[in-house]
Structures are given as structure tokens and as C-alpha cells.
Design a protein around this ligand. Structure first.
Ligand SMILES: Nc1nc2c(ncn2[C@@H]2O[C@H](COP(=O)(O)OP(=O)(O)OP(=O)(O)O)[C@@H](O)[C@H]2O)c(=O)[nH]1
Ligand SMILES: [Mg+2]
Length: 328
């Protein structure tokens, strides 16, 4: 216990002992956190308090849920896709969110600094991708609502700290925790596969490659996970590898952009349709309006090599950056 805490702190702490419900305790813990001087000597205590707040919030939430409350942590999708950042405490999730978007999350040198999901929008070429930073997952604890957020995501970034000797154990803890909730992180999801688990596409992100031994730990990660999961090494703090990460995110999302053109007018190069890889002309038409596909007489198509306004069938497959002109 640090010795230099102000007397006021102990008075508030006394109130904590008398508090009963999580709803009473949480504001008191927040007050303790606010009073506490912020320096190295109190890092651990701050982390403990934050972890406690986090735990109590979940408990309060659980009580609310059994009381049939409608309170939810569902995050509405924005943009072309929703990407959720998860990982052990202190790996740099919030720092990465801050670097990729205009969000301004709390970034701290101690663990358990994020207690609520934080959302930001990442521009990528001509589309926007929603990024969600989340509270940490540890061996002992996961926010009870987090598995649901993961299940709803289009892609997961599982972050790891290359500056930590225990990086493999930390990753394993997160994977284990998720398997308890029947979630499995995978490179690919094949259509035929039937699994009792929820399969989620993932990128394993080794962060802090600026730290000593970062390169060596990356090789260890490659050895363990390289076959199973896509892996990328970055430094959020030093802005290393972030452009490559964005490209990988787009690729791993498995989406394509299709531009539409009104007959006689130039192509609309803003706001492309965003479709799943493997989509057909008819899917693009349906994405505009559900009746559109059935009313479609024919379609002309342009791309960067083969097509220059030729007619294509409704079941013609689309690629990223194709241009289509629908005739109804
Ligand atoms: N050296 C180095 N430090 C980093 C890097 N990215 C983040 N950090 C530092 O690591 C610490 C934790 O960063 P956060 O972004 O708060 O980590 P987090 O994963 O959000 O932590 P929790 O919310 O507690 O789970 C901060 O001191 C960051 O500045 C990096 O690429 N290199
Ligand atoms: Mg954080």
C-alpha cells in the first residue's frame, strides 16, 4: 500500500466499507480514483480500483438483466464494417484506436484503463470502417457483455504486446476465455463448415514492436500462430505498420466495393456499394433496393481490364472496384 495517500482517501475508503450494492460502491471507487495521486507508486492501486469498478459494473449489469432491463452494450454498426479490438490488459488497444481514428480514448501505462467500449471511424481509401476498442480480457475476468460484441463483429483484432515476455500466455488466456463462450477465432470461415462454435475472422496484431526483443517475440508468435491465424507486427506508438494493418483489415473483412453508374452519366465514385466477396450482379442490385433485382433487364459493366460497358448476366460475379450500370 503506498504511504503517501491523502487522508481524504481513507475517509472515502471507510464509506466504501459501509456501502452495499454495486450502484453504491461504484461512485465511491471512482471518487477514490480521482483523489489518488497519479504516479508510479500508485499504478498498481489504480489498476486494482479500475478492475474492481469493472467487476462491479458487470455485476450491476447482471442484476439489471435478470430484472429484464433493456440495457445493452450492443454497438450499432456504422460504415462498411465493424472491427472489434480485443486483448489482454495494457497491450495498446486504446492507443491503436486513437491512431487509426479520431477517437480520443483514455490511454494509460497501467492495465484496466478502458472500462467501456469506445468507438471510432477509420477512413480507408473511399470507405469508412468502424473500430471498437474494448475493456481488457484477463484470465480472471471478461466483461460479461464482451462475447456478444465479439459475436456481432465483422472482424476481430486480437492484440498482443511484443514487449512482454509472457506474450504467448496472454494470447492463450484470451483464446481460452472466448472458447468458454463458444467463440473460436479463425483465419477463414468456409461456407460448408458447420460448427457448434461461433467462428470469427481475426487478425493477430503484435503491437509494440519497438520494444526490446520485439522482433524475437514476433518470431515466436509466427511459430505458434503463423499457420493458424493472419499475423501482423506494428507499433501503434511509433506509427509502424499501420498502413499495412489497414490493408490487411480490408482484405480480411472479405468485402468488395462496387460503383454504380446511371445510364448517360459519369460513374458515381463516392459511396460505393459494399458487398461480400463472391457477390453477383443480382446481389448488387438487391443492395440498392430489394425489388431492383427482379426488375433488372440487363446490366453493363466496366473494370480495369476486361470489361468496357459490355452486357453481363445477373449471375455474373463481381470484384472489388467493378462499375455497374443497371437497366430496368
Ligand atoms: N512502446 C510502446 N508502447 C505502447 C505502444 N502502444 C501502446 N503503448 C503503451 O502501452 C500502454 C497501454 O496502452 P493502452 O492503449 O492504454 O492499452 P490498452 O490495451 O487499451 O489497455 P487496457 O484498456 O487497460 O486494456 C500505454 O502506456 C501506451 O502508451 C507501442 O506501440 N509501443
Ligand atoms: Mg484501453
Amino acid at each position: 500500500m503506498p504511504t503517501n495517500l491523502p487522508p481524504q482517501y481513507y475517509r472515502v475508503e471507510e464509506r466504501l466499507r459501509q456501502a452495499g450494492s454495486p450502484q453504491e460502491k461504484i461512485p465511491i471507487l471512482r471518487e477514490m480514483l480521482a483523489i489518488m495521486p497519479k504516479h508510479k507508486g500508485t499504478d498498481k492501486l489504480q489498476a486494482d480500483l479500475r478492475a474492481k469498478i469493472s467487476r462491479l459494473r458487470s455485476e450491476a449489469l447482471k442484476r439489471k438483466q435478470t430484472g429484464k432491463s433493456t440495457y445493452s452494450h450492443h454497438i450499432s454498426k456504422q460504415g462498411a464494417a465493424q472491427v472489434v479490438l480485443i486483448g489482454s490488459p495494457n497491450v495498446g488497444k486504446s492507443e491503436l484506436l486513437a491512431k487509426l481514428t479520431r477517437a480520443n480514448p483514455e490511454i494509460a501505462s497501467y492495465p484496466f484503463s478502458t472500462t467501456e467500449p469506445q468507438v471510432g471511424i477509420m477512413p480507408y481509401e473511399d470507405i469508412k470502417i468502424q473500430m471498437v476498442d474494448t475493456p481488457p480480457v484477463s484470465e480472471e475476468f471478461i466483461e460479461p457483455y464482451l462475447p456478444e460484441i465479439i459475436k456481432e463483429a465483422d472482424l476481430i483484432l486480437l492484440m498482443a504486446d511484443l514487449g512482454e515476455e509472457t506474450v504467448l500466455e496472454r494470447i492463450d488466456e484470451v483464446i481460452q476465455k472466448l472458447s468458454y463462450f463458444k467463440i473460436k477465432l479463425v483465419r477463414e470461415i468456409s461456407e460448408e463448415e458447420t460448427s457448434p462454435l461461433t467462428l470469427k475472422k481475426v487478425i493477430l496484431v503484435g503491437n509494440k514492436n519497438d520494444r526490446p526483443d520485439g522482433e524475437e517475440r514476433l518470431r515466436i508468435l509466427e511459430e505458434f500462430y503463423g499457420e493458424k491465424l493472419p499475423l501482423i507486427s506494428i507499433s501503434a506508438r511509433e506509427n509502424r505498420g499501420l498502413e499495412e494493418l489497414k490493408k490487411q483489415i480490408f482484405k480480411q473483412l472479405g468485402i468488395i466495393r462496387v460503383y454504380t453508374k446511371v445510364p448517360g452519366k459519369p460513374v458515381e465514385l463516392k459511396n460505393p456499394l459494399v458487398l461480400k466477396k463472391g457477390s453477383l450482379i443480382t446481389d448488387a442490385a438487391r443492395a440498392i433496393h430489394k425489388d431492383f433485382a427482379s426488375r433488372l433487364r440487363y446490366t453493363r459493366m466496366w473494370d480495369s481490364n476486361e470489361f468496357n460497358g459490355q452486357k453481363v448476366e445477373k449471375d455474373h460475379p463481381l470484384k472489388d472496384r467493378d462499375i455497374v450500370e443497371f437497366h430496368i
